[in-house]
Write a protein that binds this ligand. Structure first.
Ligand code: FES
Length: 95
């Protein structure tokens, strides 16, 4: 639903050091965006459930043109930050 917030984690706070903000876009939206940077592509390579229209959500700058875009969250995400140090940022509650 368009009026609902998405609980998307960004463990590295948009510093391109994780892939927890991995999203899957519809083809039309994907084609509208600028090409991902090499750093973004490197992080996407580490994402689970990667698709041809995957992007890192923190690198997408929202604009009026993107209104109505469809975003799908992958079934799994990989978070190097949570597991090794037992730090549990929201929304993780069971680690
Ligand atoms: Fe880490 Fe987007 S929040 S790359």
């Amino acid at each position: 639903r368009s009026d609902e917030a998405i609980a998307l984690e960004g463990a590295c706070e948009a510093s391109l050091a994780c892939s927890t903000c991995h999203v899957i876009l519809d083809q039309e939206t994907f084609d509208r965006l600028d090409e991902p940077s090499e750093d973004e592509e490197d992080m996407l390579d580490l994402a689970t459930c990667l698709t041809s229209t995957s992007r890192l959500g923190c690198q997408i700058i929202l604009s009026k043109e993107l209104e109505g875009m469809e975003v799908t969250l992958p079934a799994y995400s990989k978070n190097f930050y949570v597991r090794p140090c037992n730090f549990c940022p929201k929304p993780h509650t069971n680690c």
